[in-house]
Design a protein around this ligand. Structure first.
Ligand code: ADP
Ligand code: MG
Length: 907
């Protein structure tokens, strides 16, 4: 019975889940609409409910797991059984009709109110006085037993007035006639037939509840058993009750007999066999689930053996409770002789509490008074709980007990409204897993021990073998030594013998011939010498042998180390080869660097001699300072050094390095060439050897800015010569220099390029070509860099150009405006006429004077603001020659004079 309401109360929730009969549904078919076909066939019939559970609810059994908490709705099934008239009734009621009339095919019972009026009730099953015990079992108990075997809890309970056949229905042993066997006996027969004696177990407790005390019918001394409830699962257990494992039907029958003997039977007026106590048989069926994995572990397809052995077995624990209730009649009516009122109240306490609970459950009331009695606590799972419950109400036919019969019928009707939620009692059997693992562990330990022993034996065997082999070798060696010794001894003895013989013969001879004595004595001495020599030789040989032996052992040892040594050496050799290759590369690089250094050193030396500050890369400073004193001393050192350089390396070779693959080599080579080109005496040779062409090509082909800078510097130096200027122009020098300038980021590169162009600007013959190829534009383009060195070169170029132009105009070979003005140089010229940097200012001032000398330029100069600069130059310029030139220029130009007058400037 659900205590607070919880699951059971929520009838609509259950409906939505399972769509089964609700309390409202049943109300219809109980009384007011008994023929409603959909409800009429509600099964309590043989196998009906069980097959419904087994087959048509696979969700509850097939898919149910230990973790599956979803129950199956299962209403309490109620059958009514009518006892035949007994002997007393046959006499006493002979003139009266039975108070009930049964319509088993309609599952209806009619209760006579009086002669003309009856009430009709419908039950799940109506069992007449002719119903056999077998049929009653199949209809009432079998579905419950099958559920228990499937792992559900089940209850079969008999309710009725004393003497109506509760005990007959439930507890008959059928010893005389097997057809009389009651539900308990038949249930156990079915259970034992279904379980496996190996993996399953069946155990039984048998109790009696009398006056709210729970007694053990299998152990009468145990008369106050307490009920324990699991607060989580709500499961009720009786840890104090005797639990007997049942293996066969015979032992069960004996157990029932024993229980019956112990049962407290209170005689009443109605029936000597009736009882005032409740008898409760509990059958625990524990079954292991084979071939079915719990849902969560079956998802894991590749479980290992270890995984398998770690998975606890799944077990189902079904519990069948068979309750033979005390008589439902009111105590006062039954007489209750010999009992106190207290006892009478007590006897009925559990029964009335049961009635109240069933009323509450039937009416869906919020409170179910489960805790009011021990019986209701014991049966909390049977009504409103998770068990499949089947109730048989027993009635008698006698009209004298019509009231009791009516109340029994009403109890049954209300019980039919009680809805349970069947729940599979499946769980993991951790205990048996632990047992299994223990066994496995023991096996493993044993196996390990065996292996350990075998291993130790093997070690021992190998050790003995080795020892045997060693002693065998030692023995062989000793034998050999002994043999050798004996052989030597034998030889020795033999030679002694021979010598003795010889000596004897000699002695004999000596006896006869005294003359020969001397000789013999000498001979003996000789032989003795020989003998001692022989002996020492033998010793030496023996020593040699042992020496050789130890050497052999040493050799063997050193052979191994030699092998590894060889490997090491090989590796070292490879490394050496590698290193050598690298060094060779470095040598060629160093050679080219040396070349450059020597050139640079020469250059520096020359400059120092001439008092020109050296343009030396930082790394060379120390070298130069080292050679400086020597340079000063030797006046002819310079020429000698250059000559030496050409001699040693050859200009061709240096120039060919300009095209070297290695970028570093190229850079060094171009530096060498640039340094050489700075010297006028080398310039012709460089140009003749094709150096200028190579430098121009390098400007076009290389992307390295250092190369650009150095090559442009070299070209600038070479461009000081008129012939070279023409050569540069003819080889597209302007466009190459312009491109270099456009791509340059380093102001020094720009300075070199501007210097080269400036030099070209000073050539009278090249004026038009230079301008035509964009030389002036290129110069003007470089001013945006802003670096004073670059600006100075630009100014120098413009001044050069203006001077040549002026010369050509004077000679009459040029007419028209200055090309500088045409190319837009005037604004920059005017802007920089008073530049702070004197090299810039000076060149610009000169350029302005050159431009102003020709009337064709005057108008542009006035509008460009150049007039004011000329006036300023003529007055402020620090160089007198320029000042004079400016003044003369102004005064000789009618246009300028007119403008000055127009502006009313006194000049
Ligand atoms: P209860 O346990 O309800 O007090 P019992 O089972 O002791 O009633 O039955 C009372 C008497 O009626 C017994 O002698 C029993 O043999 C008899 N009896 C009960 N039911 C039947 C029945 N269906 N057929 C034959 N005899 C019955
Ligand atoms: Mg009885």
């Amino acid at each position: 019975m659900a205590s607070g309401g919880g699951n059971y109360r929520n009838g609509s929730h259950r409906n939505s889940l399972k769509g089964t009969t609700t309390a409202t549904d049943r109300a219809l078919f109980v009384n007011s609409n008994p023929s409603k076909p959909a409800l009429k066939n509600k099964p309590l019939s043989s196998g009906g409910a069980s097959s419904g559970l087994r087959k048509s609810s696979p969700g509850s059994l097939g898919g149910g797991t230990a973790k599956d908490d979803i129950g199956v709705s299962g209403r309490v099934r109620v059958a009514v059984r009518l006892r035949p008239r007994n002997a007393e009734e046959s006499v006493a009621d002979a003139d009266f009709a039975d108070c009930v009339e049964l319509q088993p095919e309609l599952k209806r019972l009619k209760l006579r109110k009086n002669n003309w009026d009856t009430d009709t009730y419908e039950f799940d099953e109506v069992l007449t006085e002719f119903a056999s015990q077998k049929r009653v079992y199949e209809v009432v108990a079998k579905p419950v037993v099958e559920s228990v075997l499937d792992g559900y809890n089940g209850t079969v309970m008999a309710y009725g007035q004393t003497g109506t056949g509760k005990t007959y229905t439930l507890g008959r042993l059928g010893e005389e006639d097997t057809a009389d066997r009651g539900i308990m006996v038949r249930a156990m027969e079915d259970i034992l037939a279904d379980v496996s004696s190996e993996s399953d177990s069946v155990s039984v407790s048998y109790l009696q509840l009398y006056m709210e005390s729970l007694q053990d019918l299998l152990d009468p001394t145990n008369d106050n058993i307490s009920i324990v409830e699991d607060p989580k699962s709500g499961d009720v257990s009786l840890p104090g009750a005797t639990l007997v494992e049942i293996r066969d039907q015979q032992s069960f029958l004996e157990l029932l007999r024993l229980g019956e003997a112990h049962r407290y039977a209170a005689n009443t007026k109605l029936n000597t066999e009736s009882s005032r106590s409740h008898a409760i048989l509990m059958v625990h069926v524990k079954r292991s689930v084979k071939g079915r994995e719990p849902a969560h572990s079956s998802e894991n397809g590749n479980s290992t053996n270890m995984g398998k052995s770690l998975r606890p077995p799944l077990i189902r624990k079904g519990k069948l409770v068979v309750v033979d209730l005390a008589g439902s009649e009111r105590i006062d009516k039954s007489g209750s002789e010999g009992h106190t009122l207290e006892e009478a109240k007590s006897i009925n306490l559990s029964l009335s509490a049961l009635g109240k609970c069933i009323n509450a459950l039937a009416e869906n009331s919020a409170h179910v008074p489960v805790r009011d009695s021990k019986l209701t606590r014991l049966l909390r799972d049977s009504f409103g709980g998770t068990a499949r419950t089947s109730l048989v109400i027993t009635i008698g036919p006698s009209p004298r007990h019509r009231g009791e019969t009516a109340s029994t019928i009403m109890f049954g009707q209300r019980a039919m409204k009680v809805e349970n939620m069947l729940k599979l009692k499946e769980e993991f059997d951790y205990k048996s897993l632990a047992r299994r693992l223990d066994i496995q562990l023991d096996k493993l330990i044993m196996e390990h021990e065996r292996k350990q022993k075998a291993f130790e034996d093997e070690i021992e065997r190998i050790t003995t073998d080795a020892q045997n082999q060693i002693s065998e070798a030692e023995r062989i060696y000793a034998d050999a030594m002994e043999k050798e010794r004996l052989k030597y001894q034998k030889d020795y003895m033999e030679s002694i013998k021979k010598l003795e013989e010889k000596w004897m013969t000699n002695q004999q001879k000596l006896g006869g011939e005294r003359k020969e004595q001397m000789i013999s004595t000498e001979e003996i001495g000789e032989v003795k010498k020989l003998l001692s020599k022989e002996t020492s030789l033998r010793k030496a040989a023996e020593e040699e042998v042992s020496n050789l032996r130890s050497q052999l052992a040493q050799l063997k040892m050193s052979e191994a180390s030699a092998n590894s040594e060889i490997l090491k050496l090989r590796k070292m050799l490879e490394d050496e080869a590698c290193q050598k290759e690298k060094l060779e590369g470095e040598i060629s690089m160093l050679q080219s660097q040396l070349l450059q250094l020597s050139v640079e050193a020469d250059e520096t030396r020359r400059r120092l001699d001439r008092g020109v500050p050296a343009k030396v890369p930082g790394a060379l400073d120390s070298l130069i300072s080292q050679i400086r004193p020597q340079v000063k001393d030797s006046g002819n050192g310079e020429k000698a050094s250059i000559a030496k350089l050409f001699e040693q390396v050859g200009l061709q070779k240096i120039l060919s390095l300009l095209e070297a693959e290695d970028a570093d080599v190229r850079i060094h080579a171009v530096k060498v060439v640039a340094n050489l080109a700075a010297e006028e005496t080398n310039q012709l040779k460089i140009v003749e050897a094709g150096g200028l062409t190579s430098l121009l090509m390098l400007l076009g082909s290389s992307e390295d800015e250092t190369i650009h800078r150095v090559a442009a510097g070299a070209i600038a130096n070479l461009a000081m010569n008129e012939t070279n200027q023409e050569l540069i122009m003819s080889q597209g020098g302007i466009s190459l220099l312009s491109t270099t300038a456009a791509n340059a980021e380093d102001p020094q590169t720009l300075r070199m390029v501007a210097g080269a162009i400036a030099n070209l600007c000073g050539n009278d013959k090249l004026q038009n070509k230079l301008r035509g190829e964009g030389g002036i534009k290129a110069l003007l383009g470089m001013v945006k860099c802003g670096h004073p060195d670059v600006l100075a070169q630009v100014a120098r170029g413009i001044a050069n150009f203006a001077k040549c132009e002026s010369r050509a105009s004077t000679q009459g070979s040029k007419a028209g405006r200055s090309l500088l003005i045409e190319d837009g140089a005037l604004p920059w010229i005017v802007q920089n006429a008073n530049n702070d940097a004197s090299p810039i200012r000076r060149h610009v001032e000169l350029a302005l004077c050159h431009l102003a000398q020709h009337e064709v330029n005057a108008k542009d100069m006035i509008s460009g603001g150049a007039l004011w600069e000329l006036v300023r130059i003529s007055q402020d310029c620090s160089r007198e020659d320029i000042r004079t030139l400016a003044h003369r220029t102004l005064t000789s130009s009618p246009t300028f004079l007119a403008e000055l007058r127009r502006l009313r400037i006194e000049y």
